[in-house]
Design a protein around this ligand. Structure first.
Ligand SMILES: Nc1ncnc2c1ncn2[C@@H]1O[C@H](COP(=O)(O)OP(=O)(O)OP(=O)(O)O)[C@@H](O)[C@H]1O
Length: 295
């Protein structure tokens, strides 16, 4: 269990990237969902002990993280947002190199760990190929392999699915879900479907603040009977956006279809629809508060 209490971080330029964040994160895949610039990376870097908060506390299975950084790092696997690889080195060679850095100094043990991770991330067949020739998905899976060296108890992956095609994204998320069976895995993303599909728990973060936390389904249920949908003409769209709390707009067959948040039917053209996590997300991002989004 990772327990974060009243965490704050303001950068020297005055940006409050982490605003009184408190979260309880159990074993499993935890989705940290928010738009670009919401403060996801800042929070993850702080948990990973790469930067200090101004105030607040972090405990991991009882360990005071900020007072015992080295001990946390020994249990941590981290995949940063921009994970660079040496293009002219094979996956097997670089992973072996990372294993040495991670303290796997005994040869047999190291070989076993590297081989097992190459299998687990489905890179075994491609292990001799140079990383420069890997696809985006393969590179991310390599990133996860290095993060898992040393069997970490806390795994942090920062926006790993951005730029992956749907197949690669699925393969990557399934891999994370499997890892999450036994350890805490925190996944940051701005892709709502990443969280809907796989995360038993999540938090939405906007402008450094946690606006919703808990099971995705609980947050969705709180919007039941309050999401209304209709198609409108392109000319009328701005008018609808001005008059109603429009959560999002999609083009369906070239025509705008809008989802509106309202206690009652906004006009006769609307039908009530089942809410989904996108509705919850856009309600939070647009700054409109629902009656309550229970944890
Ligand atoms: N070292 C820094 N110094 C000053 N401002 C920073 C620094 N790092 C991040 N910020 C600012 O803090 C805010 C949060 O950034 P952060 O990278 O944590 O968000 P994010 O949710 O991870 O977004 P993204 O996906 O775009 O990286 C942004 O306004 C960003 O410009």
């Amino acid at each position: 269990m990772l327990s974060i209490k009243n965490l704050n971080k303001t950068y020297a330029n005055g940006v409050k990237a982490t605003n009184n964040v408190s979260l309880e994160i159990p074993n499993g895949l935890f989705g940290l969902l928010g738009p670009n610039g919401a403060g996801k990376s800042s929070l993850m870097r702080t948990i990973a002990t790469l930067q200090d908060p101004d105030s607040g506390s972090i405990h991991f299975n009882g360990l005071d993280v900020l007072a015992n950084k080295e001990q946390l790092r020994r249990q941590l696997g981290y995949l940063p947002q921009d994970f660079g690889v040496y293009p002219k080195v094979s996956a097997e060679t670089l992973l072996t190199h990372f294993a040495v850095l991670k303290g796997l100094t005994r040869r047999g043990e190291r070989k076993e760990a590297v081989e097992s991770l190459l299998h687990q991330t489905n890179l075994w067949e491609a292990r001799k190929r140079n990383l420069g020739g890997y696809s985006g998905g393969m590179r991310q899976r390599f990133g996860i392999a290095q993060a898992l060296l040393g069997a970490p108890k806390l795994v942090i992956v920062d926006e790993p699915t951005a730029g992956l095609d749907p197949d690669e994204r699925n393969r990557f998320l399934n891999l994370l879900a499997k890892i999450g069976e036994n350890v805490v895995v925190i996944l940051s993303t701005h892709i709502v479907a990443d969280v809907t599909d796989l995360c038993p728990r999540m938090a939405m973060i906007v402008k450094g603040q946690v606006l919703a936390e808990g099971k995705p389904q609980t947050a969705i249920d709180a919007l039941r009977n309050k999401v209304w949908q209709r198609t409108v003409s392109a000319d009328a769209l701005a008018d609808y956006q001005g008059r109603f709390n429009v959560l999002h707009t999609r083009l369906v067959g070239g025509q705008p279809q809008i989802n509106v948040f309202a206690d009652s039917q906004p006009d006769a053209g609307f039908v009530m629809v089942e809410p989904d996590l996108e509705d919850v997300y856009f309600l939070q991002v647009r700054g409109a508060k629902p009656a309550a989004v229970p944890a």
